[in-house]
Design a protein around this ligand. Structure first.
Ligand SMILES: [Zn+2]
Length: 111
């Protein structure tokens, strides 16, 4: 997946962002049906600038991995793919949530 980056933005940030973007996709696909343009807007809200050429291969890969399924529907004369999370995707999301909590508690909660 390719995201635009300025030089010196940080070596790790890119890797973290790639993972975070996938987590956002899983999370939103668990909440409701999602589609490409909607996800691009949602991710932009979080500061991730993704092009369709970047997002769609990611969605296709997540479908191949069994994390998402999709259904084609025609909306205003345009074919659109609507994605939903699968049971495997939900299990994966739960594991990720546990990891987020653990990391958060260690790194950010200085109690
Ligand atoms: Zn989000």
């Amino acid at each position: 997946m390719d995201i635009e980056y300025r030089k010196n933005e940080g070596i790790m940030i890119r890797e973290v962002d790639l993972a975070f973007i996938k987590i956002h996709i899983l999370y939103h696909a668990a909440e409701e049906e999602v589609y490409g343009v909607g996800l691009i807007e949602e991710l932009a809200r979080h500061g991730y600038r993704l092009s369709p050429g970047t997002l769609y291969p990611t969605l296709a890969k997540m479908v191949r991995l069994g994390l998402l399924t999709f259904e084609c529907r025609t909306v205003v004369h345009k074919q659109r793919k609507y994605y939903r999370i699968t049971p495997d995707g939900l299990a994966e999301l739960d594991k990720v949530k546990d990891k987020i909590v653990e990391l958060y508690e260690e790194v950010l909660e200085k109690v």
